[in-house]
Design a protein around this ligand. Structure first.
Ligand code: PA5
Length: 343
């Protein structure tokens, strides 16, 4: 049984639950100048969006995401290193945790279980436990709002009013079945296509997230890029050739885009329109940057859900990810090796 549509519709409750779960957790209010979020796939995206939020609100906190086996060598004691893995078993994330232990860095864990939860208990690491039973990518509101609530508790920001607005916007979107019809219609146009997702600089992380959701939910190839950078390279890939004729372009738009970004998007659209099968736009809703970005993510999730249905695929299943994880476990068993070597 597919639950993805149900998960998407739970976004407003997930926001509130994440804040409650963080409040209830044992989390010391730490002093730090930077936040490094270590995670992969659906468990990294909360950090990505949090980094957009810092920029969009002008909050002087650097958030970096580490999607790899090794930590950046320059991370020092002024950085809080957060390990985010929904399953708690992702080898890249576990490997970075083991390195952080060896280097004596300050750590925090967000997970629903697995080894990472075990290590949080064993080493007394500040820990937020996420509810089990979801798909990792469906827990974006949990991972994002855990970070935002913890940053509020540490005195770095207070977005309470905008979080209230976000919950309202997400609830309204959920109730608006016209949106389901619109996303179903778009999915009908885009089915079977390679999709390129582009956003303005304010919502860079959303472009990446939507690309990943097209891959994982809809089982389609996709890519992402961001304005203005894409006008300095990606756009050349749309010069006179036929390789894009079967592709769709999905633009994530916002009425408050930087004026130059807006001009760029409009001009770029004109240049590429005849070279692809189609160009479609999703527009953000709401007033605050947080509500706007979350509304785009919600709409795009619906779109990827309906795309999966068009493709006759289960949006819940990710067979290739599971197969690859099984192969790696069989060949390397990194998790057990790390467990045995932990200091
Ligand atoms: O959405 C997914 O299922 C994946 O992208 C996972 O998030 C990714 O494989 C990492 O796993 P986890 O989130 O359990 O750390």
């Amino acid at each position: 049984m597919d639950d993805m549509l149900g998960y998407i519709r739970k976004y407003p409750e997930m926001v509130l639950d994440a804040i409650e779960a963080t409040k209830k957790s044992w989390l010391p209010s730490l002093k730090f100048d930077r936040l490094l979020v270590c995670g992969m796939g659906g468990s990294a995206v909360g950090g990505d969006i949090a980094a957009d939020v810092m920029r969009n609100y002008g909050i002087p906190l650097q958030i970096e995401i580490s999607r790899r086996y090794a930590l950046p060598p320059y991370v020092r004691g002024d950085t809080l290193v957060m390990f985010s893995s929904y399953s708690g078993e992702t080898e890249e994330t576990l490997s970075q945790f083991a390195e952080a232990r060896r280097r004596g860095l300050r750590t925090m864990i967000v997970s629903s279980g697995g080894r990472l939860k075990g290590w949080a208990v064993r080493f007394g690491v500040p820990f937020v436990e996420l509810p089990a039973g979801f798909k990792p990518r469906a827990t974006l509101p949990y991972s994002l709002f855990t970070i935002l609530e913890y940053l509020r508790e540490c005195g770095k920001l207070d977005l309470t009013a905008d979080i209230d607005e976000t919950v309202k916007v997400l609830t309204d979107l959920r109730e608006d079945r016209q949106k389901d019809s619109e996303m179903t219609a778009l999915a009908g146009l885009m089915a079977g296509c390679r999709i390129s997702v582009y956003a303005g600089e304010a919502f860079e992380a959303a472009a990446r997230r939507v690309k990943n959701q097209i891959n994982e939910n809809s089982k389609l190839p996709a890519s992402w890029d961001v304005f203005p950078e894409m006008d300095h390279n990606e756009i050349v890939g749309y010069e006179d050739n036929d390789v894009n004729t079967g592709n769709y372009v999905l633009l994530l738009r916002d009425a408050d885009e930087h004026p130059a970004v807006r001009e760029r998007i409009e001009a770029t659209k004109e240049l590429i329109r005849g070279k692809v099968k189609g160009v479609v736009e999703l527009w953000s809703l709401g007033r605050s940057p947080l509500a706007k970005e979350m509304s785009l993510l919600f709409l795009a999730d619906l779109l990827t859900y309906y795309l999966a249905k068009q493709e006759g695929k289960s949006p819940d299943k990710t067979a290739n990810i599971d197969a690859l994880k099984a192969v790696l476990k069989e060949k390397l068993n990194t998790q057990d090796k790390l467990e045995n070597g932990l200091v």
